[in-house]
Design a protein around this ligand. Structure first.
Ligand code: 1DF
Ligand code: MN
Length: 356
């Protein structure tokens, strides 16, 4: 990880004309990490969990050690890191894949609920720095729906994060409908965050070292969102907003082809699942999808997304602690972009969509 130490010029407080609100920021709990390690040891983990958490929780490398320390801190160390890079507010979520790989349902729900309590306490301790997104256990959709209500009403959360597939299953299955219904009831967005692809998909990626954040994360998460769009999730729930990171997990770049081929597929009735929708995929991206630039501090991609999806739908994220790089904040500050658009990117879009 390229990390520089000359951070004195980055300040919080908004002197540059906007606050910096980072929207895809991660924390972990020790019992979450311990559960992953136990599953890896007992041979219960899928290939992706072994690759991802076998690395972060066990490697002595500087990257893994630093990231573990930062993930487990919801106190002064995190605040100091935010101060050092000029991050005014962090929207925090339990790191990927949350409790979704856990096969013991009671354990999964208990770890998720305690993570939510821990996060809510941290947000109470630092009310103008931390904002919470809840975590759920999609393995139990009805419990998850109740936890969404608890998060919104009792814990002050502003949405939830689900880490893509749950043991190879995707949210477009009818059984997960209670989760979407609850989100619409509380009027909050769903952040679909990547995790490693399921065993049915990961093979050729793992073989080449491409299963993680470098590529597998994005491909699998982009597919997940596309599955939801093509099943008609936004015809069922027109007010639902779904957020994805990493500049839209490549879907904006593919959009022309996605729409051309989707319409060809619908007309030809080639797939029973591919039914006519009320809008085009491009139109759903402009009415129901939000993107963040987590992991993509890259001006051309940001401007492309603003053009394709509208400048109200593109938000800033750092992806702390996985991509804690002060120079990326500077690169975003100095983008060639109107002051008004930059303020939307860093601050007001997040305030609007997370209802801060
Ligand atoms: C990584 C990247 C891991 C992201 C993450 O969570 C994550 C990584 C486990 O680099 O291994 O959230 N990310 O969003 O880019
Ligand atoms: Mn992330």
């Amino acid at each position: 990880m390229t990390q520089d130490l000359k951070t004195a010029d980055l300040k919080t407080g908004g002197a540059q004309g906007y606050l910096r609100i980072a929207t895809e920021e991660a924390f972990a709990t020790q019992e979450q990490v311990d559960a992953y390690l136990r599953m890896i040891r007992d041979g219960e983990a899928d290939l992706g969990l072994v690759s991802l958490w076998g690395f972060y929780a066990q490697s002595p490398s500087e990257r893994a050690v630093q990231i573990m320390e930062r993930l487990l801190d919801l106190g002064e160390r995190r605040i100091a890191d935010m101060d050092a890079t000029g991050i005014d507010k962090a929207i925090l979520a339990l790191t990927s894949p949350g409790v979704q790989p856990l096969t013991n349902l009671e354990e999964a729900k208990a770890i998720a609920a305690r993570a939510n309590d821990t996060l809510a306490q941290a947000c109470t301790r630092y009310p103008d720095r931390f904002i919470g997104l809840g975590t759920v256990a999609p393995q139990d959709p009805e419990w998850s729906a109740r936890e969404i209500h608890r998060g919104a009403k009792e814990l002050g959360f502003k949405g939830i994060q689900i880490n893509s597939h749950t043991q190879g299953r995707y949210l477009d299955e009818d059984v997960f409908d209670p989760i979407f219904r609850a989100l619409v009831e509380v009027g909050q967005p769903l952040y679909i965050h990547p995790q490693t692809p399921p065993d049915a998909m990961i093979g050729p990626m793992l073989e080449a070292g491409l299963d993680g954040a470098i590529f597998g994360f994005g491909v699998e998460t982009g597919m997940h969102l596309l599955r939801l769009i093509t099943i008609g999730i936004f015809d069922r729930y027109p007010d639902l907003q779904i957020i994805v990171g990493h500049m839209g997990e490549a879907l904006p770049y593919w959009l022309y082809r996605l729409d051309f081929m989707h319409q060809a597929g619908v007309r030809s009735q080639r797939y029973a699942r591919m039914k006519p929708l009320k809008k085009t995929i491009a139109e759903y991206l402009r009415s129901n999808v939000l993107v963040t630039n987590s992991g993509m501090a890259w001006e051309p991609a940001i401007k492309f997304c603003q053009e394709v999806m509208g400048e109200d739908r593109v938000m800033y994220a750092m992806d702390y602690p996985y991509q804690y790089v002060a120079d990326e904040v500077r690169a975003m500050d100095t983008m060639d972009m109107s002051a008004q658009t930059k303020k939307k990117f860093f601050q007001t879009n997040a305030e609007r969509w997370f209802k801060l």
